[in-house]
Ligand binder design. Structure first.
Ligand code: NAD
Length: 255
């Protein structure tokens, strides 16, 4: 495919799950992918898989919550490729528990990665996009931003914040030719969800079955389902979408 031909794309948290799958999908559509992750080993595997499939990718290890690391990452990416056409703020961590069960440190950790980790890469990428009067930003929210999900207080708060931030960013940067949209996946079977299930349930297999029933599709989503939506938001095909939430949730009905 050529839907993202010559588009330089920075994807955070691209060493695993949805980010990794998206990095591969973007590269297969002709994008030059900058794979970011905190975990060097995982990031390297993504880069190797893309190169083995004939795509173009390189790795920048950085913690999306650390301003100087993020600033250096963006400088390096622009040095290597001249510009960043697409920023996909994907990195995120899980947070479990009803509000009274969440310890302050755990609360802060989820806020830090899931909100600050969207704010910082955007802050350092935006000036170059504003100068070029073009760019696309995709923020990873979740359907829990809009649907109550049991025992995910801190996580839901962050994903609601990411959706509100997406709309605010779109208003501020529309006049610079920059589009900002959000992805709202339902339950997608990735290491992130597998770990959460193992931590939270005695019988993770039974938990998977009950989660499947909470999506109208009767199935869990696959990382590919979200990667396809991300390719669409990154491409010109979605040029009339601005500040929009895009659901990829199999008809989630959590309640
Ligand atoms: P994952 O755990 O499989 O992958 C996340 C990656 O982000 C990991 O490789 C991790 O090393 C990296 N990362 C974590 N903290 C980082 C940091 N500070 N700096 C840089 N990289 C960091 O998770 P996933 O399921 O692929 O989720 C990706 C995103 O999608 C997250 O934002 C998550 O909240 C969101 N999401 C996931 C689901 C789902 O069901 N899996 C549903 C809705 C939204």
């Amino acid at each position: 495919g050529h839907r993202l031909q010559h588009k330089t794309t920075l994807i955070t948290g691209a060493g695993s799950g949805i980010g990794k799958c998206s990095a591969i999908a973007f590269a297969m559509q002709g994008a030059t992918v900058i794979v970011n992750d905190l975990d060097e080993g995982k990031g390297e595997v993504t880069v190797e898989e893309i190169r083995a499939a004939g795509g173009s990718a390189s790795l920048i290890v950085a913690d999306v919550t650390d301003p100087s690391s993020v600033e250096t990452m963006v400088e390096q990416a622009i040095e290597r490729h001249g510009q960043i056409d697409v920023l996909f703020n994907n990195a995120g961590i899980s947070g479990v528990g009803a509000l009274h069960e969440v310890e302050p440190d755990a609360w802060d950790r989820v806020m830090r990665v899931n909100i600050r980790g969207v704010y910082l890469p955007s802050k350092y990428v935006l000036p170059s996009m504003m100068q070029r009067r073009s760019g696309v930003i995709i923020n990873m929210s979740s359907c829990v931003a809009e649907i109550g999900l049991a025992k995910r207080a801190s996580y839901s708060a962050t994903k609601g914040a990411v959706l509100a931030l997406t709309k605010s960013m779109q208003v501020d940067y529309a006049s610079y030719g920059i589009r900002v949209n959000a992805l709202l996946p339902g339950t997608i079977l990735t290491p992130f969800v597998e770990n959460y299930l193992k931590q939270s349930y005695d019988d993770p297999e039974a938990a998977i079955e009950s989660l499947k029933k909470r999506q109208l599709s009767g199935e869990m989503g696959r990382p590919e389902d979200v990667a396809h939506a991300a390719v669409f938001l990154a491409s010109e095909e979605s040029k009339f979408m601005m500040g929009s939430p895009l659901y990829i949730d199999g008809g989630a009905v959590f309640g």
